[in-house]
Design a protein around this ligand. Structure first.
Ligand code: FBP
Length: 547
């Protein structure tokens, strides 16, 4: 396989570990824990894994461990650093006992159920150290939630003699990891389950999990591209760039990229919802900024848009809910309607309030709202071209203002959607170190007989030497939420907090950024050079942890 010069040099990088993990460790147990809400309900559902103490690893005396067999699963969307979680886990179990073995289940949780696996040997692991992607074993979105799946999994676990499973995933996958841990504990199968916090979206975080891995690299990659666009924009001075950013419901990625690049505008979905803004309010906000810059002769700029925005506009949320419901029950009839008549058909079936909103949407977006459904019957918001919707509507508004003599400029838009460009980027030093530490910590949790824990590495704005490694009972992060009509125990999703330091820092500067040209050009991720260039954590983490 041909490799680039950087790939070859990067393969030799030895990720930094917290000091406490460098030698022999012991597990220091803290206080018993409680779930973040709904304690009684969660306790009843997780009698074997509820209330366990927090764990912190500290330096200790060497102990002899027996060889163990561990299975690892990558679950959900790719995030930079997944390969380092696996290499940290591999090195950890080999350090415990050189005869330990690691098995990778292929293409996500489905690999466990379908008994599709491979042994990960040192030759394989070495090929993937410090690389992006999840291609070492592939990932998938099969949900591990049914008893038949747990039992099918158990068959192969027993056949291979696996002692523990490590599930690397987001909030839903870790919720399922905990359900699996509880199931195997209740049945006394002798199989431990450990989770690792992954997702570029940055929405799996709490008091004990400071950040999910991949967020750092993905945001730096998008910020590099936004910076490049801003230079282009500031050079030709003729376009407004509408840039949509991945991140599902949460706006963490958009906010972090705004803090890194200082664009003219960044919409934060959580704020749109809190202020009960309509689509027209959002459009007017953008159009006003365009008009204000035009007065100064600046007919260019940048707007960052989180991909989940549509769902946070209260009126659109209602429209989408009614559409989901209607299409779920009338899919066959809708399929018979000619394409050219579908819009009118939908308008005739919706309540007056939603029909009016639907009728006001541009043709393309109206179609996207009726066509694309995920397996649960929901609109896949990432497929809706919000960036085009907003720029089209801004153009209409500006044309109207021009007629009224309220706008003097020229408006030409370019559109971008950054998501897949960053999910498999080679991990930054931060993610390479953080992931390796998470994987290594997972091996220590296994060695200490833990199950139902998430690997946790904290104090992450300090140098890696001072990071604190340990484990958090997954039940501690749970609450009860309505999902598909039923109350379910789930890990609480972390949306952007409007009273949090990152949002406040953005809000304090945004008026100036909107009017002036205050762009920052972060440039590409650096691996070789001074630590302040190569090891800098995200602005979000720095602001959240500023003492
Ligand atoms: P996870 O929640 O599984 O980490 O996925 C993150 C994500 O990249 C979202 O930002 C995005 O909406 C989604 O995956 C896209 O999914 P897919 O890869 O299935 O197109």
């Amino acid at each position: 396989m041909t490799k680039s010069a950087l790939q070859i040099a990067r393969a030799a990088y030895q990720p930094k570990l917290p000091k406490a993990l460098k030698g022999a460790v012991i597990a220091k147990e803290g206080e018993a824990t409680q779930s973040v809400a709904d304690q009684e309900a969660i306790k009843a559902l997780f009698p074997n894994t509820y209330g366990m103490p927090l764990i912190q690893f500290v330096e200790g005396n060497a102990v002899e461990y027996p060889a163990i067999k561990v299975g690892v699963i990558l679950s959900g969307g790719q995030a930079p650093g997944g390969h380092n979680v696996i290499s940290g886990l591999f090195d950890g179990i080999k350090k415990l006992n050189k005869d330990s073995k690691l098995y990778g289940f292929i293409l996500g949780p489905g690999g466990l159920v379908d008994h599709n696996y491979m042994e990960l040997t040192s030759d394989i692991i070495d090929e993937y150290r410090n690389t992006g992607g999840f291609d070492i074993i592939g990932s998938g979105r099969t949900k591990l939630e049914k008893e038949e799946q747990f039992e099918k999994g158990l068959e192969i676990i027993k056949e291979l003699g696996i002692n523990a499973l490590v599930i690397i995933g987001g909030d839903d996958s870790n919720t399922n990891a905990c359900v699996l841990a509880e199931y195997y504990a209740a049945k006394k199968c002798g199989v431990q389950v450990i989770g690792c916090p992954k997702t570029i979206d940055g929405d799996l975080k709490n008091e004990m999990i400071e950040t999910s891995f991949g967020f750092d690299t993905a945001c730096k990659t998008y910020s590099e591209m936004i910076g490049n666009i801003q230079r282009d924009c500031n050079s030709s001075r003729k376009y407004w760039h509408f840039i949509k950013l991945m991140g599902r419901s949460a706006s963490h990625i958009a906010l972090e990229c705004a803090l890194q690049t200082q664009p003219n505008l960044c919409i934060v979905s959580e704020e749109v919802e809190a202020n009960n803004m309509s689509l027209d309010d959002v459009v007017t906000y953008i159009a006003q900024a365009v008009a204000n810059r035009a007065v100064e002769g600046n007919n260019y700029g940048t707007v960052l848009i989180p991909e989940g925005l549509i769902e946070f506009i209260p009126a659109m949320k209602k429209l989408i809910a009614e559409l989901n419901d209607f299409l779920a029950h009338n899919a066959a009839e809708f399929a018979m309607v000619k394409k050219s008549q579908q819009r009118e058909y939908i308008i005739s079936k919706l309540s007056k309030e939603n029909a009016d909103i639907y009728a006001s949407l541009p043709e393309g977006v109206a179609r996207q709202l009726t066509l694309d459904r995920d397996p649960h019957g929901n609109v896949q918001v990432s497929l809706i071209e919000t960036e085009k919707l907003l720029s089209d509507m801004v153009a209409v508004k500006l044309a109207q203002w021009k007629e009224e003599g309220k706008y003097v400029g020229k408006f030409a838009a370019q559109h971008h959607f950054f998501g897949y460009e960053g999910r498999c980027a080679a991990p930054s030093n931060f993610d390479a170190d953080y992931c390796y530490s998470l994987g290594y910590t997972a091996s220590m949790l296994i060695a200490n007989g833990k199950t139902g824990y998430m690997s946790s590495v904290r104090n992450t704005t300090a140098p890696a030497e001072e990071w604190i490694a340990g484990g958090v009972p997954i039940t501690m992060m749970m609450n009860m939420e309505r999902r598909h009509g039923e109350m379910k125990p789930v890990i609480q999703k972390a949306l952007v907090k409007l009273d949090g330091a990152p949002f406040k820092a953005f809000a304090a500067n945004r008026e100036e950024w909107a009017l002036k040209t205050s762009y920052v050009y972060p440039g590409p991720i650096q691996y070789f050079g001074p630590t302040e260039v190569c090891d800098e954590p995200t602005k979000t983490l720095q602001l959240e942890q500023a003492k």
